[in-house]
Design a binder for this molecule. Structure first.
Ligand code: SAM
Ligand code: DTB
Ligand code: SF4
Length: 332
């Protein structure tokens, strides 16, 4: 067992990490990062919203909640071919994982069957697969695993203490239960949260404790900066100090040394310098492509320019596309 992989974090000691001088914190986080990863590599996932809007949940940050008056156009579950076309484009652009998101409280078994077809198709293109569909039963998680799904994304979003100020239609316990079902099914977990919702530093520390004290650390930990969407209750909330965001990335890196810390939503608002500090502090994966789910992402041209200026390499695609079924595979 690796003694650096701890599951017994307490909020007080995490706050002490946060409170260090910035340079000390970043030096510590970067040292941990180097001990576990190539510091000049980033993993890139591309997102697609496969079912948009009209969600029954009331998440205060979300453009897709039916409880808020946003300008979003709702869309039914996309046809398989449209999803595969987007996945092919993502692969051409260099993403290694394709992440499909649906605005559901939980998938029905009929909808899950359609998502399973998508997972199979994307996997056959030689991409890693991730889906985020809301709450799952263990049986549904097993069906996704059997279809070849690699990751399930389900965020804790914030601390248990702040949670009730953001979401009322689903409990923190519901989220932990879904993570448990996903883990029992043998899937990899992508779970993190959102910063800049008006939470305190103690809330950020407490959220990271929840993530790091799970029985196993999530393989991927997305740290989102709130994208403020007009019409949502969190639109207009006071913006987070960018250096506090960097500190949170650093603390996440120290607490979950072997996890991929994902610099997630909100990069469009971040300066190049802020992103560079996040990569130094231990962020080593991101969402890549022109769109997140319903909002704009930092564009690929800007990203490629930034990677080039920082000497960062994108993780390479390792799998190759499967040959069409029914044809023999001849080796040269
Ligand atoms: N409906 C599913 C669910 O909530 O589990 C999956 C999709 S949901 C959009 C995935 C995650 O995206 C949320 O848990 C939240 O952390 C993040 N997210 C959604 N809207 C966001 C926003 N405006 N800014 C930052 N992150 C956001
Ligand atoms: C995650 O933590 N962030 C992504 C992904 N997981 C599904 C979603 C970000 C959504 C940002 C707002 C939007 O585009 O709707
Ligand atoms: Fe629905 Fe997910 Fe948005 Fe919450 S975050 S309103 S569950 S789509």
């Amino acid at each position: 067992m690796n003694p650096q992989i701890r599951h017994d974090w307490e909020t007080g000691e995490v706050l002490a990490l946060f409170q260090q001088p910035f340079n000390d914190l970043l030096f510590q986080a970067h040292s941990v990062h180097r001990a576990h990863f190539d510091p000049n590599r980033v993993q890139a996932s591309t997102l697609l919203s496969i079912k948009t809007g009209a969600c029954p949940e009331d998440c205060g940050y979300c453009s897709q909640s039916a409880h808020h008056e946003t300008r979003l156009e709702r869309e039914r579950l996309l046809p398989l071919e449209e999803v595969l076309e987007a996945a092919r484009r993502a692969k051409e652009q260099g993403a290694t994982r394709f992440c499909m998101g649906a605005a559901w409280r939980n998938p029905t078994d009929t909808n899950l069957a359609r998502v399973i077809e998508m997972v199979r198709g994307v996997k056959d293109l030689g991409l890693e697969t991730c889906v985020t569909l809301g709450m799952l039963t263990e049986e549904q998680a097993q069906r996704l695993k059997a279809a070849g799904l690699d990751y399930y994304n389900h965020n804790l979003d914030t601390s248990p203490e702040f949670y009730g100020k953001v979401i009322t239609t689903r409990t923190y316990r519901d989220r932990l239960d879904t993570l448990d079902h996903v883990r029992r099914a043998g899937l990899k977990i992508c779970s993190g949260g959102i910063l800049g919702m008006g939470e305190s530093r103690a809330d950020r520390a407490s959220m990271l404790c929840q993530l790091a004290n799970l029985p196993e650390h999530p393989e991927s930990v997305p740290i989102n900066l709130l994208v403020q969407v007009e019409g949502t209750p969190l639109h207009g909330v006071e913006k987070l100090d960018p250096l506090e965001f960097v500190r949170t990335i650093a603390v996440a890196r120290i607490m979950m040394p072997a996890s991929w810390v994902r610099l997630s939503a909100g990069r469009q608002e971040m300066s190049d310098e802020m992103q560079a500090l996040c990569f130094f502090a231990g962020a080593n994966s991101l969402f890549y492509g022109e769109r997140l789910l319903t909002t704009d992402n930092a564009g690929t041209d800007r990203d490629l320019d930034l990677f080039q200026r920082l000497g960062l390499q994108m993780e390479q695609q390792v799998q190759t596309e499967k040959p069409p079924q029914g044809r023999a595979c001849h080796r040269a």
